[in-house]
Each structure stands twice: as C-alpha cells, then as structure tokens.
Design a protein around this ligand. Structure first.
Ligand SMILES: [Zn+2]
Length: 110
C-alpha cells in the first residue's frame, strides 16, 4: 500500500506524462538512473508507477487532446506502439511520430 507521499508522487508522474514528459525525463526528475543490472531509468520509472496496478498499463489525461491515454511503458521506440487513446489529430502524437521518424532517418533505418 502506498503512503500519501508516494500517492502524490504517483499522481504527479502521471500528470507529467500527460503534459508530454517522456519516461526518461520523469525518471531523471525522480533521481533514477540505469540500474546495476542494466534496466534503463525510463523503464524503472514506469515499473515504479505500474507496481500497484493489476495490469501492465497506466492511464493519464493527454494535455494536448484531453483524452485518456493507456500507456504501456517505454519498451518500444515507436510512440504509436506505446500510447493508445489520443484524440484524432492530437498535436502530441504528430510531434512524437515526427521525432521518431527523424531518429530513424538519422540512424539510417528509414
Ligand atoms: Zn493526445
């Protein structure tokens, strides 16, 4: 069971995700680093938040489109495979997909 401080922090993390912060950025704010076993800080942040849930997803409200988004965590580089429920034409989705495609082009994987 979470105490009140953990619950408030949990809510703040979900609000930050809704505002557009990445799991890696959230992890940095939480002071998390890659574990000694090699678990990335972004995964550690997601696993901390999801630890009290009976599923492998968390839900937050997207500040760009106002819809509830199901977030399956930072396990796939393609944001379209991680976040479900954005409104049609959500500006955040467009920005995230453009950034993802730019990364693929830079890596020569397009
Ligand atoms: Zn959205």
């Amino acid at each position: 069971m979470r105490n009140q401080a953990d619950s408030a922090l949990h809510d703040a993390v979900l609000n930050a995700r809704g505002a557009g912060f990445t799991w890696s950025e959230v992890a940095a704010d939480l002071g998390l680093v890659t574990s000694d076993e090699g678990t990335p800080r972004a995964v550690r942040a997601f696993e901390w938040v999801v630890s009290d849930h009976a599923t492998d997803r968390v839900y937050w409200t997207c500040h760009a489109c106002g819809d509830t988004v199901a977030d399956s965590g930072p396990y796939d580089a393609n944001p379209a495979n991680c976040e479900y429920g954005h409104g049609w034409g959500c500006a955040r989705v467009v920005d995230d997909l453009e950034r993802y495609w730019e990364e693929l082009v830079e890596a020569g994987l397009d």
